[in-house]
Design a protein around this ligand. Structure first.
Ligand SMILES: [Zn+2]
Ligand SMILES: [Zn+2]
Length: 151
């Protein structure tokens, strides 16, 4: 994400929060900016580490709370398989997404495949299961890496 996209995204996030009557505090905004400007998904530890460069002794609980807030508002997603966070590309609506995670370059692609959602939903219903937190992550090799691997 380039600087312009980042500014636009943060602006959109602020508007969303305002609309939902909550506040994107400086701390939350800082954490969001770090996640958005990173080339790879960041772990909570990496976020803390990077915060240390601009904040004196950032308190881990504050960072965790900021992450919790951003997750709750759909501004970021947590990738369970690699314990890392990425920005969401379309935080304006609630959605279930799937993530394609490249093991080689660490690139993550968020997709929204309605057919997957639909079949999971019918599987849930058949089993009488209530999902609170769907995690759909595919680990593998992205098309770019497949190309460079074959050279
Ligand atoms: Zn998303
Ligand atoms: Zn890759």
């Amino acid at each position: 994400m380039n600087k312009k996209q980042l500014l636009e995204f943060v602006h959109q996030a602020e508007a969303l929060c305002k609309q939902r009557k909550c506040r994107l505090t400086d701390q939350r905004k800082r954490v969001l900016e770090l996640i958005l400007s990173a080339e790879k998904p960041l772990t909570a530890y990496e976020i803390l580490d990077q915060l240390r460069e601009s904040v004196k002794n950032p308190a881990p609980p504050t960072v965790y709370r900021a992450l919790e807030f951003l997750l709750q508002h759909g501004l970021i997603h947590k990738l369970e398989s690699i314990h890392a966070f990425i920005g969401c590309t379309h935080p304006d609506h609630k959605h279930t997404s799937q993530f394609l995670i490249c093991n080689d370059c660490g690139d993550v692609n968020e997709i929204e495949n309605k057919a997957i959602e639909k079949s999971l939903h019918s599987a849930e219903q058949a089993a009488g299961f209530k999902t609170s937190h769907p995690v759909i992550e595919l680990l593998g090799t992205c098309s770019q890496c497949q190309l460079s691997n074959s050279h």
